[in-house]
Design a protein around this ligand. Structure first.
Ligand SMILES: Nc1nc2c(ncn2[C@@H]2O[C@H](COP(=O)(O)OP(=O)(O)OP(=O)(O)O)[C@@H](O)[C@H]2O)c(=O)[nH]1
Ligand SMILES: [Mg+2]
Length: 355
């Protein structure tokens, strides 16, 4: 999963990026933007690793990209194809808004900056949709205009009208055909967006309260937000792990920004985690909320979905209580389920399949 960090110049994107990458960023001098693969923190995963002491450990990860397309800047009007491609293929965006320059901080300003960004994303999507409509119109003049072109035209027109009225992608009711017609455009407004309000060090501990109305407003339009001080977080990320919690607590900050941010991303993308566990490998897998056992199998490997027979499922709580998969099974906690079974957050799976 790829998450792009965007925001105005100097808003603190790189500082935040460095804080969450804890020195793991793969800097490259020839190629921008810079990527960093960050492990998704999960105590359940840690527990499984402790329990199985496996040969291989595969935690869930997020590929963060700093300053993914230089949006919102004058120079940003002309993107390299590469930057635009990176942005279009991102699964979610983190928008960093500067609230540390003005003192006292100005929540109204933060809110209007977020809305400006959303408008810019909308503007870019509208250009894509309009271009497509023009091309469709030309093709439809041809002698054997295909029916599927008309279907696509309708879907594009519907989305265009909605965006023009200020709606967001997620506000629009789409059926399966319309969703498919629009998927190829990789619309920016369809990407879950998390807002990081970057506040000054002096107000870090009270920021959530100061910005509660702004955060509430963002939630009401389907955007998750949180406050942080990127400068503090970067300093803390450079400390020994054992000292970090203490230092944060001393500043009245409950947890490191990476944890907060990743939780907001998971929630915005409606992701849960399932596990596959054994002495060979403990693996955490992200999955869309409401997915079936078949979809979970497919996310591991398409062979597992193709030859799917059954899935064995044990919940994380049951494994912890029994202290292992086998003891949980012996205690009657294992469920044998079919393709349509809905996977819950924390389930451990064993897929039976034949190809
Ligand atoms: N006081 C304060 N300064 C900050 C904070 N976050 C970032 N800065 C400062 O703001 C400046 C710009 O930060 P960057 O992280 O480089 O910002 P950026 O968004 O990556 O900037 P560009 O890459 O130029 O667009 C640096 O001097 C940071 O030290 C913060 O939370 N508090
Ligand atoms: Mg930067």
């Amino acid at each position: 999963m790829k998450v792009g960090i965007i925001g105005k110049p100097g808003s603190g994107k790189t500082t935040l990026f460095q804080a969450i990458s804890r020195g793991q960023a793969q800097h490259s001098h020839t190629k921008e933007p810079v990527h960093s693969v960050v492990t998704v923190p999960d105590p359940r995963f840690e527990y499984f690793v402790g329990l199985y002491n496996p040969k291989k450990i595969s935690p869930a990860t997020i590929d963060f990209v700093d300053d993914i397309a230089r949006l919102g800047t004058d120079r940003g009007r002309e993107y390299s194809d590469e930057a635009m491609g990176e942005l279009r293929t991102a699964d979610a965006l983190v928008l960093v808004v500067d609230a540390f320059e003005t003192s006292p901080p100005d929540p109204d300003n933060v809110q209007s900056e977020v809305m400006q960004f959303m408008e810019e994303l909308t503007f870019r999507d509208l250009m894509v949709l309009e271009n497509r409509l023009e091309r469709i119109a030309k093709q439809l003049r041809g002698p054997q205009a295909a029916q599927n072109l008309r279907v696509e035209q309708q879907a594009v027109e519907k989305m265009k009208a909605a965006l023009e009225q200020g709606q967001r992608y997620s506000d629009v009711q789409l059926d399966e055909t319309e969703r498919k017609s629009l998927a190829g455009f990789q619309l920016l407004t369809a990407k879950p967006t998390v807002v990081a309000i970057n506040v000054g060090e002096d107000i870090a501990s009270e920021a959530d309260e100061l910005f509660s109305a702004t955060l509430g407003y963002l939630t009401s339009i389907g955007i998750q937000g949180f406050c942080l001080s990127a400068d503090i977080e970067k300093e803390i990320s450079e400390l020994e792990e054992a000292d970090q919690k203490e230092y944060l607590a001393g500043l009245g900050i409950s947890e490191p920004v990476a944890d907060k941010m990743i939780r907001a991303i998971y929630s915005s993308c409606r992701l849960i985690t399932f596990f596959t566990v054994s002495e060979k490998e403990v693996h955490a897998w992200p999955l869309r909320t409401g997915s079936t056992a078949l979809e979970a199998a497919d996310s591991i490997h398409s062979d597992l979905a193709r030859g799917f027979i059954r899935a064995e499922v044990v919940s994380w709580e049951d494994i912890r209580e029994a202290e292992g998969w086998d003891p949980a099974k012996a205690a009657g906690k294992l469920k044998l389920v079919g393709k349509e079974h809905i996977i819950e957050d924390g389930d451990s799976l064993f897929i039976r399949f034949k190809v």
